[in-house]
Design a protein around this ligand. Structure first.
Ligand code: ZN
Length: 311
């Protein structure tokens, strides 16, 4: 749905969470903070900065509270954190997270493998997070990103009716936003369009972000299909970091730089300054030397005349 701010779409940067979670190396806290500062300077208004999981499971996220506190300095940025369960939500809210996102898998096989819970059990966990939120931080929106909504490597195809039914259950317990994630890079534009249209029919304005992966090169096409279906929030990652790429040479998450370029070129305002976004790649590189940086538009640069189109 139309986002309640001055711009046409909201780009939700997930690199510091989705990205860092997927790489082996650990980015030092000071480098994460400088990277987030550079992302904020580019005009991003929502950044998923950390995941609140036990440090023994994900040492890359051991400094989650510190990173959230640092990111809160940027008044124009909504600081978002991924929480897998009630305990994570408790820690994230204590640290000052301004929006929570929980992954709920549409595929029972993926859900059991990932969090050892069925999707129905996860709905109960989300309900517990909502009760906590209502008591300690009533202004903090809770989003669910529905993983494997477009297919699952374990289960294969995921029936659309299963996705819709889960979305209805989540809407019924009071989730603020329900997005769809192409966790394993299986979505195609026709499917994205169809499923998001059905989401709008079933749960209306609770329909949230499109979280697309570029595993097989369809990331931007899928974002465009979602946009045309009415989606106005898009998850992406600077330099395409993360998203568990399977094929060598393929990026995982949709590349923020290319997504911003596409929308701005179409006259769809993002509020993000493309040049500053590209500059933020330096901060990423400094904190994660040796990690490949993806993106076509940073390689090619802006076409002539672009400045007339932007802003
Ligand atoms: Zn992702």
């Amino acid at each position: 749905m139309t986002h309640p701010d001055a711009f046409d779409v909201l780009i939700s940067e997930v690199g510091p969470r989705d990205g860092l979670q997927s790489v082996k190396a650990t980015m030092p806290t000071a480098d994460k903070q400088r990277w987030i500062d550079a992302l904020a300077a580019a005009g991003l208004r929502e950044i998923e900065v950390a995941s609140f999981v036990p440090a023994r499971l994900l040492p890359q996220m051991a400094d989650a509270a510190q990173v959230v506190q640092h990111a809160r300095q940027h008044a124009q940025v909504r600081v978002m954190a991924l929480v897998p369960n009630l305990q994570g939500a408790q820690h994230a809210l204590e640290a000052g997270a301004q929006k929570l996102t929980l992954p709920v898998s549409a595929s029972p096989a993926h859900s059991l493998a990932n969090v050892r819970k069925t999707p129905e059990d996860m709905v109960q966990e989300v309900a517990a997070v909502l009760r906590l939120r209502d008591i300690v931080a009533p202004g903090v929106p809770v989003e669910v990103g529905m993983s494997t909504a477009f297919g699952c490597t374990l289960q294969g195809p995921v029936p659309e009716d299963d996705v819709l039914r889960l979305a209805q259950q989540l809407a019924a317990i009071g989730v603020d936003e329900i997005g769809l994630s192409d966790t394993t890079g299986m979505a195609n534009p026709a499917q994205v369009s169809r499923l998001f249209k059905r989401m709008f029919q079933e749960i209306g304005p609770l329909t949230g972000a499109a979280h697309m992966h570029n595993t097989r090169g369809l990331g931007l096409a899928n974002c465009l299909a979602a946009y045309e279906a009415g989606v106005r929030t898009f998850d992406s990652s600077l330099a395409g970091l993360g998203g568990c790429p399977y094929a060598p040479g393929a990026s995982g998450n949709v590349v923020t730089e290319d997504l911003v370029f596409m929308f701005e070129a179409m006259g769809v305002s993002t509020g993000v300054d493309w040049a500053r976004l590209v500059a933020a790649r330096e901060a990423l590189k400094a904190g994660l030397p040796g990690e490949p940086l993806y993106g076509m538009s940073p390689e090619a640069g802006l076409p002539r005349g672009w400045n007339r189109q932007i802003n």
